[in-house]
Ligand binder design. Structure first.
Ligand SMILES: *Cc1c(COP(=O)(O)O)cnc(C)c1O
Length: 467
């Protein structure tokens, strides 16, 4: 046991969190440069003292990471991590519980079960009548949803595969849905032609009338509609599809409704924001990532499903070499896509234990307030906010960019060079706009001012070059 090493690691954990606001959020670098430095520092043939390995590794990670835990990272839904999550990942590595089988990890399995049960209640599901599991992330939870929906609708495919079907299964989503469904369509053997894109209403959310029409058209052509994906907080613009209306259509058409709330799901933890997700409790399955708005380290996704039988049909197997199930507890490897699995849920359990639902609600409401404030500040500085959501994702554009005088890519280059903030651009409603998400619970007013300053400065710089 190297006490000094652990003491130093503790120092770094403190120092990094204290210094994060001052570190460049991003340091642009070419792959070759990182590779050359790595080979210089790490021989990998002869042994190297662990303390040195740690020190070098830390330097590399500090220097060449986009620091998603910075309060000035306004990016994709990657959060700042809460301390309980860091501790939990160390404990998960230390005890290394094997979550394939309940008997190998009674404590970790039951901790996962408890936290998922509480979250199921918050979603409005009956916790005693819901199947739930941790996943590697939202993409895997969406995959599990699709496989469960197929198993429910077409039980014969378990043995015969999609070949058993007289037509092509159809899954409904929109252009704003997460692109994991493209991969899922391929992985599940559906093919991307099974993805049916439903038109959006003017505000960019799924149009339930268009959904109904598309289903009717497809049925007339011999397709086999089986699933609708509604997104509660789109990746691009944070918008929420109209869940109650989509649930009506899904029920009338007897389709599986999946709610992809990978990021937005956290809103159910706040009494004030919960009404935004009204209708999510009617979904047959739900994706909700803990490693997004719940501020735990990657990767921790969550999957909830009202049909335990479908989940079992999709994933259950028996083997001679795995231990038997214990006293009514389900073995994760029989109810999920993964087999051997680390204690993914430990960091969620420990974070919830430390913060309580109250603590989480406060963080989520704080970030939502910062989003509203950012919208105001941008508009005051002459920028146009183009997306329509109460959640803290702000899509915006400057009239000069919209007029074609400047491009978002040129502005981003300037912003990344300075490295004070990180934002991205995104295609939204036929144009490229900036996207800023309040993804860190650490973000405060000063950080918003810094962001507005940076986009303004970049605009002035690029405009001056163009003259
Ligand atoms: C992020 C995201 C996903 C994918 O989740 P991962 O955790 O990255 O696998 C799926 N759906 C939505 C709406 C997302 O925002």
């Amino acid at each position: 046991m190297n006490e000094q090493l652990w003491a130093r690691l503790g120092e770094e954990i403190n120092a990094f969190q204290e210094e994060i606001r001052e570190l460049p959020v991003t340091t642009p670098v070419a792959p070759d440069k990182v590779r050359v430095h790595l080979e210089k520092r790490f021989d990998l043939e002869a042994p190297m003292p662990l303390a040195e390995v740690v020190a070098e590794t830390q330097q590399f990670l500090r220097r060449w990471s986009t620091h998603v835990t910075s309060p000035r990272y306004f990016g994709l839904f990657n959060p700042s991590v809460l301390e309980p999550g860091i501790v939990a990942d160390v404990l998960a590595a230390l005890y290394n519980p094997q979550l394939a089988a309940w008997s190998h990890a009674p404590a970790a399995c039951e901790m996962e079960r408890l936290v998922l049960q509480r979250f199921a209640e918050k979603l409005g599901l009956d916790p005693d009548d819901t199947a739930y599991s941790f996943t590697s992330g939202g993409a895997e939870a969406n995959l599990q949803a699709t496989l469960a929906a197929l198993a429910q609708h077409f039980p014969e495919t378990g043995a015969e595969g999609l070949f058993a079907l007289p037509g092509r299964p159809a899954l409904y989503l929109t252009a704003e849905s997460h692109h994991s469904f493209v991969k899922i369509a391929r992985m599940a053997g559906l093919g991307t032609a099974s993805l049916r894109e439903v038109a959006c209403a003017e505000n960019g959310t799924m149009d339930p009338a268009a959904l109904r029409e598309e289903i009717a058209r497809d049925r007339a052509e011999g397709l086999l509609p089986f699933m609708v994906v509604a997104t509660a907080g789109t990746t691009g613009a944070g918008q929420i599809d109209p869940l109650p209306e989509i649930a009506e259509v899904a029920e009338a058409e007897e389709l599986w409704l999946h709610a992809d709330a990978a990021w937005g799901g956290a809103a159910v933890l706040s009494e004030r924001l919960r009404p935004l997700l009204e209708g999510i409790e009617r979904a047959d399955s739900i994706t909700w990532d803990a490693h997004k708005w719940l501020s735990v380290p990657m990767g921790a996704g969550m999957f909830f499903c009202r049909h335990a039988g479908a989940v079992e049909r999709a994933f259950a197997i028996t083997t001679s070499y795995m231990p038997d199930e214990t006293g009514g507890a389900l073995d994760p490897h029989r109810t999920t896509a993964q087999w051997s699995r680390r204690a993914t849920g430990l960091k969620v359990f420990m974070s919830l234990a430390a913060l309580g639902m109250e603590g989480y609600a406060a963080l989520i409401e704080h970030q939502t307030r910062m989003g509203t404030l950012l919208r105001d500040k941008l508009e005051a500085a002459g920028w146009l906010v183009v997306n329509d959501t109460p959640l803290p994702v702000v899509c915006f554009i400057h009239p000069e960019v919209r007029a074609g005088a400047l491009s978002t890519a040129e502005l981003l280059e300037k912003i990344y060079e300075r490295g004070r903030v990180w934002i991205s651009d995104v295609a939204y409603a036929g144009e490229t706009v900036f996207r800023a998400c309040i993804t860190s619970y650490r973000t405060e007013k000063d950080d918003l001012d810094c962001l507005v300053e940076e986009v303004e400065l970049a605009r002035e710089q690029v405009a001056a070059c163009a003259e």
